[in-house]
Design a protein around this ligand. Structure first.
Ligand code: SF4
Length: 382
């Protein structure tokens, strides 16, 4: 298919011009801060940012800050090639003298421990607990530590780019864009508290082709090889995020990956999304049978809300995930996490305001509605 040439074609930035502008912004804003940090997601924009900044410092094209910390948000939910690329890159950055470290969520907040141990149902659009637990909170804690050590505000560099379409540009302002781009990329721009860091997005003007040209064809120049990224993205703007993310309709990146001979063994991971969908059903959860009182004494509107996963659901979920990880030959739940999940069961752990004495979610009940803070019961029709 031939690409339509735009009237403004000659006004598009070349990669060299895009790089020059990035270096200039790093020189101008960077000199105001002694300590810099990059929240690294392992995705393409983030990898381009890390490699550009590290290369510019190494080659003395910009004044070096006193420290550059690269914080990799290791959710343990990333696609294996991206995870592998990120770990490799961190190792090279460390050997180059940068402070590169992985930031993990605390044990009880890890995806499967929180879901199958504590019983919190899989995330969905109106209940997106995952971004905060897996990415925002751990990264904020790591940043706070850096900030305390530095005893001054940091400069936080992000990989946020203005897209080539207005829709994409708008999404940059949203937290955790879910249809394109990388989950958790936008949030950092909007939620870094003033006290910890000011943010700069040095690649904000880069087009998608600049990112790929830089990552795939300029390796000899910058020295940071992230080949595995090419396997996941190709040259498209596919979304990446957690494996089996319940908030998107299709695992486009995973579907692409399992078509390659090297990663075909990951095909069982395609069973995760249907499993998460299944576990959101009423039969796997408990439900309030009576309305709860809010802090102000009034009844809460959703009188018979569905809640956490039953113990049976958690056991079923754990068995399925362990089986999937065996067949896909990946590490989704490690031994320590499995032990913690079982320990939380033994401790009869439930999310706040639940204790397991509630009714199972699919048990027929008289319907309760709250009208003007009064309980209205509609008897079950038989
Ligand atoms: S990719 Fe999906 S599951 Fe992962 S944090 Fe984002 S919304 Fe949650």
């Amino acid at each position: 298919m031939r690409r339509q040439i735009s009237l403004f074609e000659d006004q598009r930035l070349t990669l060299e011009e895009a790089v020059d502008e990035s270096l200039e912004s790093l020189r101008v804003y960077g000199q105001q801060y002694k300590h810099w940090a990059i929240a690294y997601s392992g995705g393409k924009d983030s990898s381009a940012t890390v490699s550009l900044v590290a290369w510019a410092i190494k080659t003395k094209q910009i004044p070096s800050p006193e420290s550059l910390s690269i914080l990799y948000a290791d959710t343990r939910q990333e696609l294996p090639p991206l995870q592998q690329a990120a770990v490799n890159l961190l190792n090279v950055l460390k050997s180059d003298g940068f402070n590169a470290q992985a930031v993990l969520p605390p044990m009880d907040k890890r995806f499967y421990v929180y879901m199958l141990g504590r019983g919190v149902p899989p995330p969905k659009n109106r209940f997106r607990w995952c971004t905060v637990s897996l990415k925002v909170d751990p990264m904020m804690a790591a940043l706070s530590d850096l900030r305390a050590e530095a005893e001054q505000k940091l400069l936080m560099l992000t990989g946020v780019r203005l897209g080539e379409s207005a829709a994409r540009d708008q999404r940059i302002a949203l937290s955790c864009s879910k249809d394109s781009g990388e989950c958790g990329q936008g949030w950092f721009q909007t939620s870094t508290p003033e006290a910890e860091a000011d943010t700069l997005a040095p690649l904000v003007h880069w087009r998608l082709c600049h990112v790929y040209d830089w990552l795939y064809f300029e390796t000899d120049r910058h020295g940071y090889n992230v080949d595995e990224i090419a396997i996941v993205y190709g040259e498209d703007d596919v979304r990446t995020g957690c494996i089996g993310c319940n908030l998107v309709n299709k695992d486009v990146a995973l579907l692409r990956l399992v078509k390659t001979s090297e990663w075909a063994h990951l095909a069982p991971l395609l069973e995760l999304k249907p499993l998460f969908r299944e576990l959101t059903k009423a039969k796997w959860r408990v439900r309030k049978s009576k309305p709860e009182r809010r802090k102000d004494g009034k009844y809460s509107k959703n009188a018979q809300r569905l809640g956490p996963l039953t113990m049976e659901a958690r056991a079923y979920g754990l068995e399925r995930v362990l089986d999937i990880q065996d067949r896909a030959r990946v590490d989704l739940i490690n031994a320590e996490e499995e032990a913690r999940i079982r320990e939380l069961w033994a401790l009869n752990t439930w999310p706040n305001k639940w204790d397991g004495t509630e009714v199972q979610g699919d048990v027929p009940l008289d319907a309760i509605q709250i009208v003007d803070n009064e309980i209205v019961v509609q008897s079950l029709l038989v």
